[in-house]
Design a protein around this ligand. Structure first.
Ligand code: ZN
Length: 334
């Protein structure tokens, strides 16, 4: 957490949970929290904001069933982003007020927490003039609330909702396990077909003179997509297969690129075909100078494939298992 927010939290007797990057407590008698994130976050009913800078989601828990109150608070929040500096988005759904603050601009550090404070003061004052309570931000239940970190994001929720989140997670995990290995053989064919498409992209990108990074990414993405489409779904074994196929196809792509160079150099004088050039690649690679020129490309490309493969694999696997990490930050005291 940035030091400005840490200081602000200290000044306002907020508790700082280091693990979740979250400061929480009471402000003006109202339960609030400030969560630091540099990732994409979607406040309910809003367009996604891509915050490549450090950003903060300010949460104010304010439960009510009165449509008039909801409308008034929503109307008030809507006009705030133009008035409060750093404030990009706000939302309210009768359960939770969220505000999305993004750092940046010259000298922002000096004005940032002051802007957050203006927001918190105005909105908690507004809430105080109506009857709003603190409830579960999923279902409005008022009792036995706890602050939980669910998939990195902090929420104030009731035991039922936590149980439901955990149940859904274990259900999707069970579903995933019940699927078994899928069709591995079809998967391999799919990965190869996908990677072949990737090879074409690689060669085109190479001809355009771009670095192998983009080509490697295209190759891996194609291999994974191919495996998933033909094999049914991704598994640990599938991830491993896709990486192996990608590396083999990378070598193949590089061989085509070298063959194209040979073809260009000797086609006019010696009248060789592309196929001749392709077959001649191993002989040319025995020349130290040619090898020296090709090796960095292959190594860099190989590293890219492995890097992309691991990253892609982790992501696909997480999606499939529906792994949800739930951790209680603290029990909520009213
Ligand atoms: Zn609930």
């Amino acid at each position: 957490m940035i030091k400005q927010i840490r200081k602000y939290a200290q000044e306002h007797q907020l508790t700082w949970d280091v693990k979740s990057n979250f400061a929480y407590g009471k402000y003006n008698g109202q339960a609030i929290g400030i969560w630091e994130t540099n990732d994409q976050y979607l406040p309910a009913g809003n367009q996604p904001v891509r915050a490549l800078k450090i950003a903060h989601v300010v949460k104010i828990w304010a439960t009510t069933d009165d449509p008039m109150v909801i409308g008034t608070i929503q109307g008030y929040l809507q006009q705030m982003p133009g008035k409060v500096e750093f404030l990009q988005q706000t939302s309210y759904d009768g359960k939770l007020i969220t505000a999305f603050f993004v750092t940046g601009g010259s000298g922002w550090a000096k004005r940032y927490t002051a802007a957050i404070d203006v927001f918190l003061r105005d909105v908690t004052n507004l809430c105080a003039s109506y009857t709003v309570t603190t409830g579960c931000e999923f279902c409005k239940a008022p009792d036995q609330l706890g602050l939980y970190q669910i998939n990195q994001v902090p929420y104030l929720v009731c035991p039922n909702c936590v149980q439901e989140v955990n149940q859904q997670a274990s259900q999707s995990k069970a579903q995933f396990q019940a699927q078994g290995q899928g069709n591995v053989l079809s998967g391999i064919v799919g990965a190869c077909l996908g990677a072949l498409l990737g090879v074409v992209l690689w060669v085109i990108i190479y001809q355009l003179g771009y670095i192998s990074m983009i080509g490697a990414l295209a190759l891996v993405v194609c291999a994974f997509k191919g495996y998933e489409v033909m094999g049914g779904h991704m598994t640990k074994l599938g991830i491993f297969i896709c990486c192996v196929v990608s590396v083999i196809m990378l070598l193949f792509a590089e061989q085509i690129c070298v063959a194209l160079l040979i073809y260009d150099a000797f086609h006019a004088e010696e009248g060789i075909s592309f196929f001749d050039a392709f077959r001649a690649v191993p002989y040319f690679l025995m020349e130290a100078e040619v090898l020296k020129a090709v090796l960095p490309d292959v190594l860099l490309g190989g590293l890219c494939v492995i890097g992309c493969g691991i990253e892609r694999g982790i992501r696909v696997y997480k999606d499939r298992t529906g792994a949800v990490a739930t951790r209680m930050i603290t029990r909520f005291k009213n």
